[in-house]
Design a protein around this ligand. Structure first.
Ligand SMILES: [Zn+2]
Ligand SMILES: [Zn+2]
Length: 826
């Protein structure tokens, strides 16, 4: 193509009309018009120093948006506050305003800023340093900070940017060196606080309590300023995270362009086209292929388009397919599409941005890396290949288009129950409460090690038990019993010389080191619980976007030896699982149906893995593994049904195992709708007769020692959750079950048996009985949207069936992120 100008500019509606023409049946299930919004600004607070206003003005901020001043005023008045608004709504300014004002007016005050990643802290440092304010002295303090600089930072920096890991491993244990900083601490900024969820979030909650305790020793009570993506009930989540009463500011008053948002379901393939050897390969057109085609068509129309794909491989496949198709249409046109990779240098990113702005590039396929740190504006269309996990991410990605103009966004569904549900339930995406961030600071597996850390920092007193909250006394008693703490009249003392070894992000066993064999370089660590899935011999392991192949996993030495290689297949580990009930915490007796929440022991063993082609999902082979079994004590939600009720509903006894199994798969797939987990955080197991319940039973459990709050949330919202599960199955157009409804990409039983219509009957029985006054209480708004059907690979296959007849629990759907490379459906 010789003409370098972008083609004719189409309105979003025109473009969408053209895209829809590509299939005989209309793939669009819903079109939502999100209107443009005018911004609502507010005057600067009277207390904001002139220097600061001038600095913001130099950056182009003439006046803050109303929600920014609202949050800033609250914080400045001493209230803990969380700002939970959309992308690009200026959350940074909301916390910078009070924090920097205080630093400028009180020459002694200090501020601690926490980000979930080093990269984000570095971005934030650039932003604060760029304001060029006298005496603020911002500095990052993390694992990369040179020793030589650390002391200077501790003594002189007044705006310290770090992450929870560094706070936990470095600052709090070394609090004596930080006393000058902590005794003057005015604000603690917790950025992107929605990322602190599940077990990691529960750990961070206690790290913040430890920080509060150290400050309290100096009589200091810093104000917490939190920033969150849009989430359900952010005040409660922030309150759980900090242990403090927190006021939420949620109304977004920043301006926004209008978006035409289409939900797109790729058509089912004719039966003959599905690959026969794979039970799980999608029977729909893959979302990757569909996205590549849409990108091609958009570029042909001259529309600047960005496609978000979940994996790096997937992004490359989309870009390559689009380039090929474009070159076939018009030789040379393919050169106007590129793939964007995580790990690009700043300068490379800037060059891509410029090429897009100039119109040299018309199409870009990217991983989520673009969500952070790249400023692309002026795009006309965004294609989102697969549900990105949370509504916040969805809007973040869609928000890339149409700054200042009308834009088109298309969510292309993957072959997965959650994606399918969402494209058929637009009300769950648009104008509904968003998912809540779930964490459980009372988890004894988190609380005990955190109390050990606290005791190491300073002896625990009875008053501290209140600070650490529910379960703290029991945890302290267990530590005393285990010989970790000694009780004295003045409190509980850590008995050892060494610090307790606690990893905020890991759990269950010592971490396994990932070592590049040829160079001896340590690439990183994986927690012991996930190592069997991620680092088994033969696994494809992704580290910061680079692909490695595991040559050997040495559990005795705690290391995996790898070499860099980027094969065109991904690996998917399989396990066998059994489960026993330890105790029941809570239950609902609903006639023939019982609903339970309790503790369970799960035993599982990784027994094999599959290799699958990334582009097609085709199963190449299944290879055995020899790894030991592991035990997990965790929290589960389960329901039982009487065999009679199933018979009355018309479920044949022979179909009961398949019906329960199918219901369980779909239920796991839909749980992210009500809690911010993803399906790899939870496991499930179903059986026509469980020895502990003596009834047909479906279990869904947290895949983390001690639980992570997901099963608890499922129990509390059971009717809404199972109603969505039922609807997802009913509404799927397939006949006998597919990955969009009852098949699972990580089934330990090779998706066998599955009985789709009977699964609906099972859920109808449960819902009919539960609806009569049971545990659905307190579920505001039913399904919000949420979670993250992140399983990068779909498709699956068969491993050894462990079940003895239909009686034994069906091994299943374990946990941990076990697909190790980008999968066929993105
Ligand atoms: Zn289906
Ligand atoms: Zn299964």
């Amino acid at each position: 193509m010789t003409d370098d100008r972008p083609g004719p500019r189409r309105t979003p509606a025109e473009l969408l009309r053209r895209l829809r023409l590509r299939h005989a049946t209309d793939p669009v299930t819903h079109v939502e018009r999100v209107p443009a919004r005018a911004g609502e600004s507010a005057p600067w607070p009277g207390w904001a120093p002139e220097d600061l206003r001038a600095a913001f003005a130099r950056r182009g901020v003439v006046a803050p948006w109303r929600h920014q001043t609202e949050a800033a005023e609250l914080a400045y008045a001493g209230q803990h506050v969380v700002v939970a608004t959309g992308t690009a709504s200026g959350k940074s300014l909301a916390y910078q305003l009070p924090a920097l004002s205080t630093l400028l007016t009180d020459p002694r005050a200090t501020v601690l800023y926490l980000a979930p990643t080093k990269a984000l802290a570095a971005d934030q440092l650039r932003a604060v340093a760029g304001l060029e304010l006298d005496g603020v002295r911002p500095a990052t303090y993390d694992g990369d900070t040179p020793r030589a600089e650390r002391e200077w930072i501790r003594r002189h920096a007044r705006f310290v940017l770090t992450n929870p890991d560094m706070l936990h491993h470095g600052i709090l244990p070394g609090h004596a060196h930080w006393s000058g900083f902590l005794r003057r601490l005015a604000y603690v900024v917790v950025d992107e606080c929605h990322t602190y969820r599940g077990v990691f979030g529960s750990h961070v909650a206690h790290v913040l309590r430890r920080l509060r305790r150290q400050c309290a020793r100096f009589g200091r009570t810093p104000v917490f300023l939190l920033a969150s993506a849009t989430s359900g009930d952010p005040a409660t989540a922030a309150g759980r995270l900090t242990g403090l009463p927190v006021t939420a500011v949620t109304e977004d008053t920043s301006p926004r362009g209008g978006v035409t948002f289409a939900l797109w379901e790729p058509p089912l393939l004719p039966v003959g086209d599905a690959t026969p050897e794979a039970d799980l390969v999608s029977v729909r057109r893959s979302a990757l292929r569909e996205t590549a085609d849409l990108l091609t068509d958009s570029v042909v129309e001259g529309v600047r388009t960005l496609a978000f794909v979940r994996s790096r491989r997937g992004a490359e496949v989309v870009a390559a397919n689009a380039r090929r198709a474009l070159d076939e249409a018009v030789p040379g046109l393919g050169g106007r599409v590129a793939a964007y990779r995580a790990g690009y240098l700043r300068e490379e990113r800037r060059e891509l941005e410029r090429a897009l702005l100039r119109g040299d590039l018309l199409g870009l396929a990217s991983t989520n890396a673009l969500e952070l740190g790249v400023d692309l504006v002026g795009l006309d269309a965004v294609l989102i290949c697969g549900w990105p996990g949370t509504r916040a991410s969805l809007w973040q990605q869609a928000g890339r288009a149409g700054r200042g103009g009308e834009a088109l966004a298309v969510l292309v569904a993957r072959d997965d129950p959650l994606d399918t549900y969402l494209v058929h339930h637009p009300e769950a995406l648009f104008g509904r409460p968003v998912e809540a961030t779930v964490l459980d600071p009372a988890n004894p597996y988190v609380l005990a090690p955190q109390l050990a850390c606290a005791a190491h920092e300073a002896p625990l007193t009875p008053a501290d038990l209140d600070l650490f909250g529910e379960g703290a006394k029991e945890a302290v008693d267990s530590l005393v019993e285990a010989g970790a703490l000694r009780q004295r009249p003045t409190g509980w003392y850590w008995r050892h010389r060494e610090r307790p070894e606690v990893d905020l992000r890991g759990e269950g066993g010592a971490p396994v080191c990932v070592v590049e064999e040829s160079t001896g370089r340590l690439l990183g660590t994986v927690d012991g619980g996930s190592a069997h899935f991620l680092l088994h011999t033969g696994a494809v392991y992704l580290h910061q976007g680079v692909s490695y192949l595991v040559d050997a996993l040495d559990l005795a030495d705690g290391c995996a030896l790898v070499h860099a290689e980027e094969p065109d297949w991904s690996t998917h580990a399989r396990d066998v699982t059994s489960l026993s009930v330890v105790s029941v915490r809570s239950y609902t007796d609903a006639g023939p149906v019982g609903l339970f929440l309790g503790e369970v022991d799960v035993t599982s063993q990784v027994v094999s893995y599959q290799r699958r082609r990334i582009a097609t999902g085709e199963v190449i082979d299944t290879r055995p593994l020899d790894l030991p079994a592991r035990e997990l004590r965790t929290v589960a939600v389960w329901f039982t049904l009487s065999p009679e009720s199933l018979a009355r509903a018309g479920v044949d006894a022979a179909d009961v195992p398949g019906a329960l199994h199918a219901a369980e798969h779909a239920a796991i797939g839909l749980l992210p709708l009500i809690a911010t987990c993803d399906r790899w955080d939870i496991g499930g197991l179903s059986t026509a007769l469980h020895p502990d319940t003596e009834a047909p039973t479906v279990f869904v459990y947290d895949g983390h020692p001690g639980g992570a709050g997901f099963a608890e949330r499922a129990y509390g919202t059971a009717a809404a959750w199972l109603r969505a599960t039922r609807d997802a199955i009913v509404e799927c157009g397939c006949e006998t079950g597919c990955p969009s409804c009852v098949q699972s990409p990580k089934c330990g039983n090779g998706n066998n048996p599955l009985a789709k219509p009977e699964a609906v009957q099972v859920l109808d029985v449960v819902l009919a009985n539960l609806a009569d006054g049971s545990s659905d209480g307190g579920v505001a708004g039913g399904p919000g949207v949420g979670g993250a059907a992140d399983g990068p690979g779909a498709g699956g296959g068969v491993t050894s069936g462990a079940g003895r007849g239909g009686v034994l629990p069906r091994q299943d759907d374990r946990t941990a992120r076990r697909s190790t490379a980008g999968g066929p459906t993105g």
